[in-house]
Design a protein around this ligand. Structure first.
Ligand SMILES: [Zn+2]
Ligand SMILES: [Zn+2]
Length: 352
Protein backbone atom coordinates (compact mmCIF):
# COMPACT_ATOMS: atom_id res chain seq x y z
CA UNK A 1 0.00 0.00 0.00
CA UNK A 2 1.02 3.64 -0.24
CA UNK A 3 1.81 5.61 2.89
CA UNK A 4 3.42 8.87 4.02
CA UNK A 5 6.58 7.79 5.80
CA UNK A 6 8.90 9.68 8.15
CA UNK A 7 12.47 9.21 6.89
CA UNK A 8 14.14 11.61 9.33
CA UNK A 9 13.86 15.30 10.24
CA UNK A 10 12.41 17.33 7.36
CA UNK A 11 12.24 14.26 5.19
CA UNK A 12 8.91 12.61 4.52
CA UNK A 13 7.85 10.79 1.41
CA UNK A 14 4.99 8.82 -0.03
CA UNK A 15 6.14 5.26 -0.69
CA UNK A 16 5.10 1.63 -0.84
CA UNK A 17 4.99 -0.20 2.51
CA UNK A 18 3.45 -3.41 3.84
CA UNK A 19 -0.26 -3.39 4.67
CA UNK A 20 -1.19 -3.59 8.36
CA UNK A 21 -2.74 -6.78 9.72
CA UNK A 22 -5.07 -7.42 12.65
CA UNK A 23 -3.01 -7.96 15.83
CA UNK A 24 -5.51 -7.96 18.69
CA UNK A 25 -9.12 -9.17 18.86
CA UNK A 26 -10.31 -5.56 19.41
CA UNK A 27 -8.57 -4.25 16.26
CA UNK A 28 -10.07 -3.03 13.04
CA UNK A 29 -8.27 -2.36 9.78
CA UNK A 30 -9.67 0.76 8.14
CA UNK A 31 -9.22 1.57 4.47
CA UNK A 32 -8.50 5.28 4.64
CA UNK A 33 -10.41 7.40 2.15
CA UNK A 34 -9.37 10.86 3.35
CA UNK A 35 -6.60 11.92 5.72
CA UNK A 36 -5.46 15.37 6.67
CA UNK A 37 -2.30 17.03 7.91
CA UNK A 38 -2.25 18.38 11.46
CA UNK A 39 0.03 20.96 13.08
CA UNK A 40 1.39 18.17 15.25
CA UNK A 41 2.50 16.30 12.13
CA UNK A 42 4.74 19.30 11.51
CA UNK A 43 6.36 18.87 14.92
CA UNK A 44 7.20 15.34 13.85
CA UNK A 45 8.36 16.47 10.41
CA UNK A 46 10.73 19.01 11.96
CA UNK A 47 12.31 16.44 14.22
CA UNK A 48 10.74 17.87 17.38
CA UNK A 49 9.11 14.60 18.42
CA UNK A 50 11.46 12.77 20.80
CA UNK A 51 12.31 9.15 19.97
CA UNK A 52 10.60 9.30 16.57
CA UNK A 53 11.67 6.34 14.44
CA UNK A 54 12.37 6.44 10.74
CA UNK A 55 9.93 4.32 8.80
CA UNK A 56 6.95 5.48 10.88
CA UNK A 57 3.81 6.22 8.90
CA UNK A 58 2.52 9.70 9.76
CA UNK A 59 -0.94 11.11 10.31
CA UNK A 60 -3.76 10.92 12.84
CA UNK A 61 -6.71 12.63 11.17
CA UNK A 62 -8.71 10.29 8.95
CA UNK A 63 -11.96 8.91 7.68
CA UNK A 64 -12.45 5.65 5.90
CA UNK A 65 -14.24 2.37 5.47
CA UNK A 66 -13.86 -0.64 7.76
CA UNK A 67 -11.92 -3.29 5.88
CA UNK A 68 -11.57 -6.05 8.49
CA UNK A 69 -12.38 -6.51 12.17
CA UNK A 70 -11.02 -8.71 14.93
CA UNK A 71 -13.28 -11.28 16.62
CA UNK A 72 -13.99 -9.02 19.64
CA UNK A 73 -15.30 -6.11 17.54
CA UNK A 74 -19.09 -5.90 17.71
CA UNK A 75 -20.08 -2.40 16.61
CA UNK A 76 -18.55 -2.47 13.15
CA UNK A 77 -18.19 -4.73 10.19
CA UNK A 78 -16.49 -4.51 6.81
CA UNK A 79 -17.99 -1.79 4.65
CA UNK A 80 -19.01 0.58 7.48
CA UNK A 81 -17.91 4.17 6.97
CA UNK A 82 -16.12 5.58 10.00
CA UNK A 83 -14.37 8.63 11.34
CA UNK A 84 -11.19 7.90 13.23
CA UNK A 85 -9.88 9.46 16.42
CA UNK A 86 -6.39 10.99 16.59
CA UNK A 87 -5.57 8.65 19.44
CA UNK A 88 -6.92 5.40 20.79
CA UNK A 89 -7.84 4.45 24.33
CA UNK A 90 -8.99 1.26 25.99
CA UNK A 91 -11.98 2.64 27.88
CA UNK A 92 -11.37 0.67 31.05
CA UNK A 93 -8.05 1.61 32.69
CA UNK A 94 -7.86 4.10 35.57
CA UNK A 95 -7.39 7.30 33.46
CA UNK A 96 -10.04 6.13 30.94
CA UNK A 97 -12.62 5.56 33.68
CA UNK A 98 -12.04 9.19 34.70
CA UNK A 99 -12.51 10.36 31.12
CA UNK A 100 -8.82 11.15 30.68
CA UNK A 101 -8.43 9.20 27.46
CA UNK A 102 -5.21 10.97 26.49
CA UNK A 103 -3.55 9.35 29.52
CA UNK A 104 -4.81 5.82 28.75
CA UNK A 105 -2.37 3.20 30.00
CA UNK A 106 -2.79 1.16 26.80
CA UNK A 107 -3.49 3.96 24.33
CA UNK A 108 -1.48 5.88 21.78
CA UNK A 109 -1.56 8.57 19.11
CA UNK A 110 -1.41 7.42 15.49
CA UNK A 111 1.87 8.12 13.71
CA UNK A 112 3.63 9.77 16.64
CA UNK A 113 6.35 7.29 17.53
CA UNK A 114 7.10 5.11 20.55
CA UNK A 115 6.59 7.96 23.05
CA UNK A 116 2.90 7.84 22.07
CA UNK A 117 2.27 4.13 21.78
CA UNK A 118 4.18 3.33 18.62
CA UNK A 119 1.10 3.18 16.39
CA UNK A 120 1.49 3.55 12.65
CA UNK A 121 -0.26 6.57 11.17
CA UNK A 122 -3.28 7.06 8.98
CA UNK A 123 -1.85 8.90 5.98
CA UNK A 124 -1.90 5.60 4.16
CA UNK A 125 -4.20 3.31 2.24
CA UNK A 126 -4.87 1.28 5.41
CA UNK A 127 -4.48 1.81 9.13
CA UNK A 128 -4.79 -0.57 12.09
CA UNK A 129 -7.12 0.85 14.77
CA UNK A 130 -6.89 -0.72 18.25
CA UNK A 131 -9.98 -0.80 20.53
CA UNK A 132 -12.15 -0.17 17.47
CA UNK A 133 -15.48 -0.52 19.30
CA UNK A 134 -14.45 2.20 21.76
CA UNK A 135 -12.62 4.59 19.47
CA UNK A 136 -14.16 4.57 15.97
CA UNK A 137 -17.38 6.43 15.25
CA UNK A 138 -19.75 5.74 12.37
CA UNK A 139 -20.04 8.35 9.64
CA UNK A 140 -23.79 8.92 9.30
CA UNK A 141 -25.34 8.12 5.95
CA UNK A 142 -25.33 11.04 3.58
CA UNK A 143 -22.43 12.81 5.26
CA UNK A 144 -19.19 13.34 3.38
CA UNK A 145 -15.63 12.66 4.56
CA UNK A 146 -14.96 16.39 4.38
CA UNK A 147 -17.81 17.14 6.77
CA UNK A 148 -16.67 14.74 9.47
CA UNK A 149 -12.89 14.50 9.16
CA UNK A 150 -12.11 17.18 11.75
CA UNK A 151 -14.35 15.50 14.34
CA UNK A 152 -11.49 13.16 15.25
CA UNK A 153 -8.84 15.66 16.33
CA UNK A 154 -8.86 19.44 15.96
CA UNK A 155 -12.58 19.76 16.59
CA UNK A 156 -12.66 17.83 19.90
CA UNK A 157 -9.61 19.83 20.97
CA UNK A 158 -11.41 23.08 20.22
CA UNK A 159 -14.71 21.88 21.69
CA UNK A 160 -12.94 20.83 24.87
CA UNK A 161 -11.31 24.26 25.07
CA UNK A 162 -14.61 26.14 24.90
CA UNK A 163 -16.45 23.75 27.21
CA UNK A 164 -13.77 23.77 29.90
CA UNK A 165 -11.09 21.19 29.70
CA UNK A 166 -11.41 18.01 31.70
CA UNK A 167 -11.37 18.39 34.62
CA UNK A 168 -12.85 21.62 35.93
CA UNK A 169 -12.13 24.32 33.35
CA UNK A 170 -14.56 27.18 32.87
CA UNK A 171 -16.35 26.82 29.57
CA UNK A 172 -18.18 29.43 27.53
CA UNK A 173 -21.49 30.49 29.07
CA UNK A 174 -24.33 32.46 27.52
CA UNK A 175 -23.52 36.16 27.40
CA UNK A 176 -19.75 35.66 27.70
CA UNK A 177 -17.06 37.57 25.94
CA UNK A 178 -14.77 34.99 24.39
CA UNK A 179 -11.26 35.57 23.06
CA UNK A 180 -9.45 33.00 20.95
CA UNK A 181 -5.70 33.47 20.55
CA UNK A 182 -4.56 31.79 17.36
CA UNK A 183 -6.67 31.42 14.22
CA UNK A 184 -5.01 28.25 13.04
CA UNK A 185 -7.16 25.15 12.50
CA UNK A 186 -7.77 24.57 16.23
CA UNK A 187 -8.41 28.24 17.01
CA UNK A 188 -10.81 28.52 14.07
CA UNK A 189 -12.69 25.45 15.30
CA UNK A 190 -12.81 27.09 18.74
CA UNK A 191 -14.44 30.17 17.23
CA UNK A 192 -17.11 27.97 15.60
CA UNK A 193 -17.61 25.94 18.80
CA UNK A 194 -17.86 29.04 21.01
CA UNK A 195 -20.82 30.19 18.90
CA UNK A 196 -22.76 27.09 20.04
CA UNK A 197 -23.03 28.53 23.55
CA UNK A 198 -24.65 31.89 22.82
CA UNK A 199 -21.74 34.17 23.74
CA UNK A 200 -22.10 37.94 23.69
CA UNK A 201 -19.11 38.23 21.41
CA UNK A 202 -16.24 36.18 20.03
CA UNK A 203 -12.92 37.87 19.32
CA UNK A 204 -10.16 36.14 17.35
CA UNK A 205 -6.49 37.17 17.48
CA UNK A 206 -3.83 36.18 14.94
CA UNK A 207 -1.12 37.69 12.77
CA UNK A 208 -2.34 36.35 9.41
CA UNK A 209 -5.01 38.36 7.65
CA UNK A 210 -6.46 35.43 5.68
CA UNK A 211 -6.87 33.43 8.87
CA UNK A 212 -8.66 36.32 10.55
CA UNK A 213 -10.97 36.52 7.52
CA UNK A 214 -11.74 32.83 8.05
CA UNK A 215 -12.43 33.53 11.74
CA UNK A 216 -15.10 36.03 10.69
CA UNK A 217 -16.57 33.47 8.32
CA UNK A 218 -16.79 30.95 11.17
CA UNK A 219 -18.45 33.36 13.57
CA UNK A 220 -15.98 35.84 15.08
CA UNK A 221 -17.56 39.26 15.79
CA UNK A 222 -14.21 41.03 15.98
CA UNK A 223 -10.73 40.15 14.83
CA UNK A 224 -7.42 41.61 15.96
CA UNK A 225 -4.18 41.56 14.00
CA UNK A 226 -1.65 40.98 16.77
CA UNK A 227 1.22 42.22 14.64
CA UNK A 228 0.07 45.81 14.93
CA UNK A 229 -0.65 47.48 18.25
CA UNK A 230 -1.61 46.67 21.79
CA UNK A 231 -3.75 43.52 21.74
CA UNK A 232 -4.69 43.80 25.40
CA UNK A 233 -5.96 47.37 25.03
CA UNK A 234 -7.99 46.50 21.95
CA UNK A 235 -9.65 43.57 23.76
CA UNK A 236 -10.40 45.82 26.71
CA UNK A 237 -12.05 48.22 24.29
CA UNK A 238 -14.23 45.50 22.77
CA UNK A 239 -15.34 44.24 26.22
CA UNK A 240 -16.33 47.47 27.98
CA UNK A 241 -13.11 47.33 29.98
CA UNK A 242 -14.15 44.03 31.58
CA UNK A 243 -12.02 41.53 29.71
CA UNK A 244 -12.80 38.06 28.47
CA UNK A 245 -14.87 35.57 30.47
CA UNK A 246 -13.41 32.69 28.50
CA UNK A 247 -10.04 32.76 26.77
CA UNK A 248 -8.73 30.03 24.50
CA UNK A 249 -4.98 29.86 23.95
CA UNK A 250 -4.42 27.91 20.73
CA UNK A 251 -0.89 29.03 19.88
CA UNK A 252 1.52 27.61 22.44
CA UNK A 253 3.82 30.59 23.04
CA UNK A 254 4.82 32.42 26.24
CA UNK A 255 3.64 35.72 24.78
CA UNK A 256 0.14 34.52 23.94
CA UNK A 257 -0.19 32.79 27.30
CA UNK A 258 0.76 36.07 28.98
CA UNK A 259 -1.83 37.91 26.91
CA UNK A 260 -4.46 35.27 27.61
CA UNK A 261 -4.03 35.65 31.38
CA UNK A 262 -3.85 39.44 31.11
CA UNK A 263 -7.14 39.81 29.19
CA UNK A 264 -9.12 37.31 31.31
CA UNK A 265 -11.92 38.99 33.26
CA UNK A 266 -12.35 38.51 37.02
CA UNK A 267 -13.65 34.98 37.51
CA UNK A 268 -12.74 34.12 33.94
CA UNK A 269 -11.12 31.03 32.62
CA UNK A 270 -8.19 30.38 30.31
CA UNK A 271 -8.21 27.11 28.36
CA UNK A 272 -4.83 26.24 26.91
CA UNK A 273 -4.72 23.86 23.97
CA UNK A 274 -1.71 25.39 22.20
CA UNK A 275 1.20 22.97 22.08
CA UNK A 276 4.23 24.33 23.94
CA UNK A 277 7.70 23.11 23.03
CA UNK A 278 9.17 24.06 26.39
CA UNK A 279 8.17 25.02 29.94
CA UNK A 280 6.61 28.48 30.31
CA UNK A 281 5.69 30.69 33.25
CA UNK A 282 2.33 32.17 34.23
CA UNK A 283 1.51 35.39 36.03
CA UNK A 284 0.26 33.72 39.19
CA UNK A 285 -0.24 36.90 41.27
CA UNK A 286 -2.47 38.35 38.57
CA UNK A 287 -4.46 35.13 38.24
CA UNK A 288 -4.95 34.95 41.98
CA UNK A 289 -6.02 38.58 42.25
CA UNK A 290 -8.66 38.06 39.54
CA UNK A 291 -9.73 34.51 40.46
CA UNK A 292 -8.79 33.41 36.97
CA UNK A 293 -8.68 29.67 36.44
CA UNK A 294 -6.30 27.99 34.05
CA UNK A 295 -6.97 24.62 32.45
CA UNK A 296 -4.85 22.84 29.92
CA UNK A 297 -4.76 19.52 28.29
CA UNK A 298 -5.67 17.34 25.40
CA UNK A 299 -9.01 17.42 23.65
CA UNK A 300 -11.65 14.99 24.88
CA UNK A 301 -11.89 12.38 22.13
CA UNK A 302 -14.85 10.84 23.94
CA UNK A 303 -16.99 13.58 22.39
CA UNK A 304 -16.51 12.67 18.74
CA UNK A 305 -20.05 11.28 18.48
CA UNK A 306 -21.51 14.48 19.96
CA UNK A 307 -19.53 16.52 17.44
CA UNK A 308 -20.61 14.40 14.49
CA UNK A 309 -24.21 14.99 15.64
CA UNK A 310 -23.64 18.76 15.74
CA UNK A 311 -22.23 18.62 12.22
CA UNK A 312 -25.08 16.43 10.99
CA UNK A 313 -27.71 18.83 12.31
CA UNK A 314 -25.93 21.74 10.64
CA UNK A 315 -24.89 23.50 13.84
CA UNK A 316 -21.20 23.11 13.01
CA UNK A 317 -19.62 23.30 9.57
CA UNK A 318 -15.85 23.24 9.36
CA UNK A 319 -15.59 22.50 5.65
CA UNK A 320 -14.51 26.10 4.92
CA UNK A 321 -11.19 25.23 6.60
CA UNK A 322 -10.33 22.88 3.74
CA UNK A 323 -8.20 24.96 1.42
CA UNK A 324 -6.28 22.18 -0.34
CA UNK A 325 -7.18 18.72 -1.58
CA UNK A 326 -4.26 16.63 -2.79
CA UNK A 327 -3.37 13.00 -3.44
CA UNK A 328 -1.45 10.88 -0.97
CA UNK A 329 1.39 10.64 -3.54
CA UNK A 330 1.74 14.42 -3.34
CA UNK A 331 2.37 14.32 0.42
CA UNK A 332 5.80 15.98 0.35
CA UNK A 333 4.40 18.96 -1.51
CA UNK A 334 1.25 18.96 0.64
CA UNK A 335 3.32 19.15 3.84
CA UNK A 336 5.34 21.99 2.37
CA UNK A 337 2.21 23.97 1.52
CA UNK A 338 0.75 23.38 4.98
CA UNK A 339 4.03 24.18 6.72
CA UNK A 340 4.77 27.41 4.84
CA UNK A 341 1.09 28.44 4.76
CA UNK A 342 1.52 28.89 1.03
CA UNK A 343 -1.43 29.93 -1.03
CA UNK A 344 -3.71 30.68 1.96
CA UNK A 345 -3.40 27.16 3.35
CA UNK A 346 -5.41 26.26 6.44
CA UNK A 347 -6.19 22.53 6.14
CA UNK A 348 -4.73 20.23 3.53
CA UNK A 349 -6.50 16.96 2.79
CA UNK A 350 -4.86 13.87 1.34
CA UNK A 351 -7.06 11.47 -0.55
CA UNK A 352 -6.10 7.89 -1.27
ZN1 LIG B 1 -3.52 16.61 15.53
ZN1 LIG C 1 -7.38 3.21 28.99
Amino acid sequence: MRAVVYEGPNDIRAKEVAEPALQDPEDAIVRVTTASICGSDLHVLHGLMPKMETGTILGHEFTGVVHAVGPAVGRFRAGDRVVGPAAVWCGCCRPCVRGLYGACERGGVFGSGPLFGGLQGAQADYVRVPFADVTLQPTPEGMTDEQVIFAGDILPTAYSAVTGLNPRGRGVQAGDSVVVFGAGPVGLCAVACARLFDPKRVIAVDVEGYRLDMAVRLGADHVIDASGGDVRAVIKGFTEGWGADCVVEAVGLQETLNNAVAVAAPGGGVSVVGVFQQPVSVNAPRMMAKNVSLAMGMGDLGRIRELVDLIETGRLDLTPLITHRMRLDEAARAYEIFDTRADGAIKVLLTT
